[in-house]
Write a protein that binds this ligand. Structure first.
Ligand SMILES: [Cu+2]
Length: 150
């Protein structure tokens, strides 16, 4: 089908093009940056973000990575990162995500990402098998996540 090229059609097309140009995609999406620290921790251990926001991990200290342990969809966890690599994940599914650094997981190098203020899978996450130290770190982080969401 061909549209007749009247001045009105042109004006409508022009208006639509301008609208597309003016409205940025994902205008509200934000990015949070987390660093690997020299103390074998993540610089921010509990992060609250909105659905669609991105978390970036910056390899400011060597010997660390990001390994996803649990999330709202256990069969579709975000990708793990390579050692000492920059990593970026956009979170699209609400819920709580647990990750750690592969070599320091048992020492409690863990972090939580709460997406969309949704803690529905927190209990499931607390039942995951971890070392005693990691378990106690996770309990502390869970408390922080809960207190923020109240
Ligand atoms: Cu580490």
């Amino acid at each position: 089908m061909r549209l007749p090229l009247t001045p009105l059609t042109l004006r409508v097309v022009l208006f639509m093009l301008l609208t597309l140009l003016i409205i940025p995609k994902d205008a509200s999406a934000e990015t949070v940056q987390i660093e690997f620290t020299q103390f074998d921790t993540f610089s921010i251990e509990v992060v609250h973000i909105d659905v669609g926001d991105t978390v970036e991990w910056l390899p400011k200290n060597s010997g660390h990575n990001v390994e996803f342990i649990a999330g709202p969809q256990m069969n579709a966890l975000p990708k793990n990162s390579k050692m000492d690599d920059f990593h970026s994940v956009a979170f699209k599914t609400p819920g709580i995500y647990l990750y750690g650094c592969t070599p320091h997981l048992n020492m409690g190098m863990l972090g939580l990402i709460v997406v969309g203020n949704d803690l529905h899978n927190l209990e499931k996450l607390r039942n995951i098998k971890l070392s005693r130290i990691a378990k106690s770190v996770l309990e502390d982080l869970a408390k922080i996540a809960k207190s923020h969401s109240e």
